[in-house]
Write a protein that binds this ligand. Structure first.
Ligand code: KIV
Length: 263
């Protein structure tokens, strides 16, 4: 695999070729992901749940994200690396710029922020200053306390329309990628077809441009497996085979299957 950049991902979208994205939190897994030729690595704040043992992503700090981003960057030279901005690290414009700059200086090539229209100025500022941005709509885990739990979003017409409009606003503000989490497949497909930027789904059905899974979920390490994930680890415990099986299943459209989707 050649070094992946935004141009690579836009070309894949324009050719209708789906690509895999996976989370990672350390150098060892980041290296395996590069060897498996997975285009994009997300240093997700899901590290709060799967690595640090918290019950949400809310306690994750900028120091946590910087530490794990730098570790992933040291292990992987070829995948495009996105770092999550943690809870409250983008609460104001100034904080957004300062904290995004720190993640980029730790080696990330893009930052990801959770939220809709309220982020448009922040995304515009980052984009104008040369920092690529990934938006995140639907189920936004940093807002779990406001959402009242981890629930599928956009199930009624009004909230579906809100997510659709927010997606347009984020793209217009300068977002380069968009994650849609836990939304009905039909809504996600409509958004992916409407936007020009690649749309990455998790629990968003097969009609988007890419899929992302939490690494420890797809290796079957998580005590509670969400409906939208799948354990790709073979009985032999070969991690490389699991990563390649996941990448192949995304590229062929075999994953997600109907049992991983919401209607
Ligand atoms: O933190 C994370 O791992 C994420 C993915 C679930 C998209 O944001």
């Amino acid at each position: 695999m050649k070094a992946v950049n935004l141009h690579t991902l836009n070309t894949l979208k324009s050719k209708g070729e789906k690509f895999p994205v996976i989370t990672a939190y350390d150098s060892a897994f980041a290296r395996q992901i590069e060897l498996a030729e997975i285009e994009v690595v997300l240093v997700g704040d899901s590290l709060g749940n799967v690595v640090l043992g918290y019950d949400s992503t809310v306690p994750v700090t900028m120091d946590d994200m910087l530490h794990h981003t730098a570790a992933v960057v040291r292990g992987n030279d070829l995948s495009l690396i996105i770092a999550d901005m943690p809870f409250m690290s983008y609460a104001t414009g100034e904080m957004t710029l300062d904290n995004a700059a720190l993640l980029m200086q730790a080696g990330a090539q893009m930052v990801k922020l959770e939220g809709g229209a309220w982020l448009k100025e922040s995304i515009f500022m980052l984009s104008e200053r040369g920092i690529p941005v990934c938006g995140h709509l639907g189920l936004t885990p940093q807002s779990v306390n406001k959402l009242g739990g981890y629930r599928v979003q956009g199930r009624d017409e009004e909230s579906a329309q809100q997510i659709f409009t927010d997606a347009e606003i984020l793209q217009t503000a300068g977002a380069d990628l968009l994650v849609l989490e836990c939304v009905p497949s039909e809504l996600a497909t409509r958004i992916a077809e409407h936007l020009t930027i690649p749309v990455i789904g998790i629990g968003a059905g097969p009609g988007v441009d890419a899929q992302v899974l939490v690494l420890y979920d797809m290796l079957g390490f998580s005590p509670r497996m969400p409906k939208f994930t799948k354990n790709f680890l073979p009985d032999t415990g070969d991690v490389m085979l699991a990563l390649k099986a996941y990448a192949d299943a995304v590229r062929s459209g075999e994953f997600p299957a109907p049992e991983h989707c919401f209607t």
